[in-house]
Write a protein that binds this ligand. Structure first.
Ligand SMILES: [Zn+2]
Length: 450
């Protein structure tokens, strides 16, 4: 006999409460608590698996490489840490319309170990087919399943034993065991739980597509992020042509890698030379632009920092940043003011990282300082110079990690001069690259603007 139960669940953090409240006392969000009817099934969902629960001596456990299914697509391969692990569950989050379905359909059609079961809970089969025709790459057998009942999906998984299963989206799923509506936290949690069980049981990798709410969180985010093995984030402005894929959590690899795609009519194309897209074609010099050499994961990347410094119209000067930490900018401005004598305190400063990128690499500090000084004096920086140094509170230039790799990238992209910290250890700088090894920010200003 099933037993009926009512509970109040926060749709933001997934915590359950005994009564309704206006504000969740766990995550402090307002109006997120919803009454959900749960039917607690009398049958056990966890079958005791006797063969897995016996303890084993640690010495006997061999450290083999995690087996992976390598993907044909280089960016996805990099971000997942070398391919998909059988039986793993991946959550792909992103705003609606950003291209999650396109990316997953592309992955499915090029998947090396078919067939692929593509569960579409949102779009009709015809819509998926239309998109597939537009992409038309890869030859994997893709089985489309228009279904939202997680038990029926589980049946199809058992029956077809696919090489991969994609669910678009996890918010449309429901379990007939529960009475609450699809999209509520308890439904998402239960459905995901069921699919994780099946994935482990059959050794099939499962990708769950999840939409992000306006606040930037997945519906029922904490619940799902804890349950799955890998959380991938697909982001980028809809106005921008580029999409960024990064791992927020990865039980099988690092989370520092970044995949970059260009959105075109025929689908998402991996960008093999990302430095090119985050900097302008270097044919005209503008004031307020400084090129820094950052790292995204293991990849060096040339990044254009743009600053606009103008006289404050109102009493309080404005400070505004896009893609850069605003507290870090304020610190750098204070350093320029106090240590180097540039009067920026009464001026508006706007800072933008080109291409919709978000960066937190301290090696970009000097590029930011330089673009601010360039805009402030309306003096363009030579197109041949890139910057690669952290700036300390005393105005001193500090060395950065993996300098050789960064310098190689600058050289490859056609820069002939790079400003680095005098304390940098240079092992093997690229030939033909002139290095300015300086100690302080004011020396950099002297070098650039005389
Ligand atoms: Zn909450």
């Amino acid at each position: 006999m099933a037993q009926k139960k009512t509970t109040f669940i926060c749709q933001n953090c997934g915590s359950s409460h005994n009564q309704w409240m206006g504000q969740c006392n766990r995550c402090d969000h307002w109006n997120t608590i919803v009454e959900e009817k749960l039917r607690v099934s009398s049958k056990k969902t966890f079958a005791a698996s006797s063969d897995h629960s016996a303890p084993r001596p640690i010495k006997e456990i061999s450290l083999q490489e995690t087996p992976r299914i390598a993907l044909t697509e280089p960016e996805l391969n990099r971000v997942t840490g070398g391919g998909l692990v059988p039986g793993s569950v991946i959550l792909l989050g992103g705003e609606p319309g950003i291209g999650k379905s396109t990316l997953m359909l592309q992955l499915s059609m090029g998947f090396p170990k078919g067939p692929v079961l593509y569960v579409s809970g949102e779009e009709s089969l015809e819509q998926v087919k239309l998109r597939a025709d537009r992409i038309s790459t890869g030859s994997a057998e893709v089985l489309l399943l228009p279904e939202t009942d997680v038990e029926l999906i589980a049946d199809q998984l058992k029956k077809n034993k696919p090489g991969l299963c994609v669910v678009d989206s996890v918010q449309t799923l429901f379990s007939p065991e529960l009475e609450s509506a699809p999209g509520t936290v308890s439904q998402i949690r239960e459905s995901a739980h069921r699919l994780i069980q099946i994935a482990k049981q059959l050794g099939v990798p499962v990708i769950l597509i999840g939409h992000i709410t306006k606040e930037g969180q997945l519906a029922g985010p904490k619940v799902l992020e804890h349950m799955v093995d890998v959380v991938l984030q697909f982001e980028g402005d809809r106005q921008h042509m580029y999409r960024l894929l990064r791992a927020q959590k990865n039980r099988f690899g690092s989370t520092s890698e970044l995949g970059i795609y260009e959105m075109q009519g025929s689908g998402l194309h991996p960008v093999s030379d990302p430095s090119q897209i985050f900097t302008r074609p270097r044919d005209e010099s503008l004031s307020g632009v400084g090129i820094g050499i950052g790292m995204e994961g293991a990849r060096p990347l040339l990044i254009e920092t743009q600053a606009l410094v103008s006289t404050a119209v109102y009493g309080t000067p404005q400070r505004s940043t896009t893609g850069f930490d605003s507290r870090r900018l304020n610190m750098l401005l204070a350093v320029l003011e106090k240590r180097c004598g540039f009067h920026l305190g009464s001026r508006d400063v706007f800072l933008n990282i080109a291409g919709g990128l978000r960066v937190d690499d301290p090696a970009l500090d000097l590029a930011v300082c330089s673009s601010v000084l360039s805009s402030s004096g309306d003096l363009p920086i030579s197109l041949d110079i890139a910057f690669c140094s952290e700036v300390g509170l005393g105005g001193e230039l500090r060395p950065v990690s993996r300098l050789d790799q960064r310098l190689m990238e600058a050289s490859k992209m056609g820069f002939t001069e790079v400003v680095v910290s005098a304390r940098s250890k240079l092992e093997n700088p690229p030939k033909g690259l002139k290095l300015h090894t300086l100690k302080r920010v004011d020396e950099v200003a002297q070098l650039l603007f005389g």
